[in-house]
Design a protein around this ligand. Structure first.
Ligand code: ACM
Ligand code: ZN
Length: 617
């Protein structure tokens, strides 16, 4: 009897599977992030099916972009055979005969009509991005559902980026993330047309890159005691002789593998090697690199380390030869032109006490310790320049007399970036208040632990504009773009990293790619709802976002002021009152007068998400 039940169950499951394999679908509307510069959709349909072929124009099937596209299509059971000639039932990839300056190196056109699907660009990068847009036109569950026919609305897209630097940073020092997780991060970046991966490889909490000349960096500096089961900042101290089981580092072969993986996705990789501070891991491995009067016993950190006093001695020649030795091994692994040398948050207390540092300052006639840091950084800059590289540093490098060629990463607001652009230095804008995705994304009462007293909502990221209006046109040319940063003190699993990144990285991608003229919060919010489904179908976790509403106020011709409530998560239900205590559901703008206090509560999926939030007019 039981056997029969099993057989019936098995046959039922098989029947259901067969129905689902080969489903037909009509795509209702396109939800593309970042929003293309121009898109027009029509009311006719192209049918994508297993008979649709791929025509790779003059590129050949071994071209990297063609190989990438074929592999992605195979993942979705849409393995188009390569055609020798274009046809109306083809995905065509065309490199334009003549360079279209509007498209530049990264732009593309994508047309779906009776001639088939045609992606055209000036080169492979543009085709790659055109294909990323195409993937977002397919059903959100394409990764998990087998479709036999997909009806795609005809459309015409012309698209190109606003900024050349569309970055995403990942701190692998505070917590180590393995090769497969880094690749997953790169896949995410590619999907959203981000092109610069800033890899924060060294800090107080671990050294993450193999350096053969200084093996203790890895044998000691890459490992710490495991406290991942305890809250950051409340962990038990390390026991004497306790095994160090938490950490790791990338071997040179792994770095090469990741850099190659990134290159296949048109992503440049920028390694960050922190100098002169954030170096507990270095100083535990090589204590002689600390200052003369510094008798601290440094250890690789496993909790908050503040103020970060660990600093490499600027007066010790062996520090400079150590750093040069490290650079000699780092530089050949990274083909892109930049090396990030850190430069942030270096507390100079040890330098002030150190006879060697003071002697160096005196010998070089430097007027303060900031200039001493400036000297050290310019020394390193000159060294890497001889090997064809340029440096990037956090905005503190402006304090010590930065060279004309260094690129400044502005994280303490926009002001450092503005000052740098005025001096003629290139700038990447990444101000904390918009770009730090390790900050809470919503009310901390409803979130897993993150940086205390912090908040960067999805809406806040979307409001970011890296281009300061007050710069002249010539100065604005120095603003290369922006990036989001994921510091990982509180993030100790890949799932948590994704939860913090998504969907805020989508907002950053749109800020950095789309022209201001197409940016629209409400439209973005509804596209994000689709992307959450797409991301989750692709095995990415997404964050819950913020349920705190905000209000805008407008005075009408009749003199009345109306309040409009806004919210972040599609599907949020708001109730409010303006003083009488009787909550009503928000459906449309309502009148307020000077001094009105609006009290709101937010629900989502029937659950209370934010209560008694007050907005004053
Ligand atoms: C930084 O957040 N210290 C660059
Ligand atoms: Zn010193």
């Amino acid at each position: 009897m039981r056997k029969r039940i099993y057989v019936v169950c098995f046959l039922t499951v098989m029947a259901l599977l067969c129905v689902s394999c080969g489903r037909k679908v009509t795509v209702e509307n396109y939800s593309i992030i970042p929003k293309p510069a121009e898109i027009a959709v029509e009311n006719s349909y192209f049918t994508l099916s297993s008979s649709t072929k791929c025509y790779a124009g003059n590129m050949g099937q071994n071209d990297p972009v063609v190989k990438y596209i074929s592999a992605r299509m195979r993942q979705w059971h849409l393995s188009p055979a390569l055609a020798g000639a274009p046809s109306a039932n083809c995905l065509q990839l065309i490199v334009n005969d003549s360079y279209d300056p509007t498209l530049g190196d990264e732009g593309y056109t994508l047309d779906i009509d009776r001639d088939g699907i045609v992606i055209a660009a000036n080169g492979e990068r543009g085709l790659f991005y055109g294909f990323q847009t195409f993937t977002q036109m397919l059903p959100v569950d394409i990764a998990v559902v087998r479709y036999s026919k997909i009806h795609l609305p005809y459309c015409h897209i012309k698209d190109y980026p606003r900024f050349v630097w569309r970055g995403s940073h990942l701190d692998v020092s505070r917590h180590f993330f393995g090769v497969s997780q880094v690749k997953k991060h790169l896949d995410l970046m590619a999907q959203y047309k981000m092109n610069k991966f800033h890899w924060h490889l060294t800090d107080d909490h671990g050294w993450r890159i193999e350096i053969s000349k200084y093996p203790l960096l890895n044998d000691i500096g890459s490992w710490r005691v495991d406290r991942d089961d305890q809250p950051w900042g409340e962990a038990d101290p390390a026991g004497e002789d306790e095994q160090r089981t938490n950490g790791g580092y990338y071997t040179k072969a792994e770095i090469e593998e990741i850099v190659a993986y990134a290159a296949e996705r048109y992503i440049d990789v920028i390694p960050e090697i922190e100098i002169p501070g954030h170096c507990c891991a270095v100083l535990e491995a090589y204590p002689a690199l600390a200052c003369a009067e510094d008798d601290t016993t440094y250890t690789v950190q496993f909790g908050p380390y503040w103020p970060p006093r660990a600093i490499l001695c600027a007066g010790n020649d062996s520090v400079m030869s150590f750093l040069k030795g490290v650079m000699d091994e780092v530089i050949p692994l990274f083909p892109y032109k930049y090396i990030h040398i850190g430069g942030d948050e270096a507390v100079k207390d040890n330098w002030k006490r150190c006879p060697r540092c003071n002697k160096r300052m005196k010998d070089l006639k430097l007027k303060d310790y900031e200039q001493l840091q400036g000297w050290m950084i310019v020394e390193m800059e000159n060294y890497v320049k001889r090997q064809g590289k340029e440096i990037i540093g956090w905005d503190e490098i402006l304090d010590g007399g930065v060279s004309a060629d260094a690129t400044v990463m502005s994280w303490q607001g926009m002001k450092g970036g503005i000052a740098a652009a005025r001096r003629g230095n290139d700038v990447i804008m990444t101000p904390m208040e918009y770009c730090y995705l390790n900050f809470y994304q919503g009310n901390a009462d409803f979130q897993p632990p993150a940086m205390p007293n912090s908040l960067v909502t999805l809406h806040k990221v979307y409001e970011f504009d890296p281009m300061p209006a007050k710069l002249t046109a010539a100065q604005q040319k120095h603003i290369l773009g922006g990036q989001c940063n994921l510091w990982t003190e509180y993030i100790n699993t890949p799932e948590m990293a994704e939860y913090m990144l998504l969907p805020r990285l989508c907002a950053m991608a749109e800020v950095l790619w789309s022209p201001l003229s197409v940016k629209n919060w409400e439209d973005f919010r509804s596209r994000v709802a689709d992307h959450r489904l797409r991301l989750e179908a692709n095995d990415y976790r997404t964050g819950t976002g913020s349920f705190q509403p905000w209000a805008t106020f407008a005075k009408g011709d009749d003199g009345r002021t109306m309040a409009t409530l806004h919210w972040e998560v599609e599907g949020t239900v708001l109730y409010y009152h303006t003083g009488d205590g009787h909550f009503v559901r928000y459906t449309k703008p309502f009148e307020v007068t000077k001094g009105t206090k609006i009290t709101t509560v937010s629900f989502y999926n029937g659950m209370l998400k934010e209560k008694a939030y007050e907005i004053a007019y």
